[in-house]
Design a protein around this ligand. Sequence first.
Ligand SMILES: [Zn+2]
Length: 172
Amino acid sequence: MLKPSLPTTIDSRQAADQGRILGGDIMLLKLERLSGYLVDSDGAVNVSMTFGVDEERIRYVKGCANATVRMLCQRCLEPVTLELEAEINLGIVADDEAAKQLPRHYDPYIVNEPRQDLYQLVEEELVLTLPLIAQHQDCVVKTEYGEAAEPSGDNDRKNPFNVLAQFKANKH
Ligand SMILES: [Zn+2]
């Protein structure tokens, strides 16, 4: 791996005060919760983040996380490749009360410990972008009309698709 890896934890408030800019890759293997939704955990998440303080004196973290992942297509049950892209736009606050005061363009990032888990932050943002139901864009269930309807040279075998083939033949 030539690319630098991100720190696993960070003091977000300090990072904001320092205007830190971070970038790097997180191996999908390290993100167990996200990987739980995927066919495999090959590959990495590319992350870029900017910490800072805005003109209203609100500490923020902005950036994006991208990953190419494979989920199971719920139609054909084959892997489908998806490009995940999470936009990170968080206002750093100490508690729920402060979260309510945030301008609407920020999502609250409640920080009440000295250091925060950066991997967990990225993971949560990516999990939010997962589709409810993964599907190929042009998913064709092959056994329905395609492969199974081809003459196989084994026509004597009981084949539930013969009924379908006859049905199709009768229509013409
Ligand atoms: Zn499919």
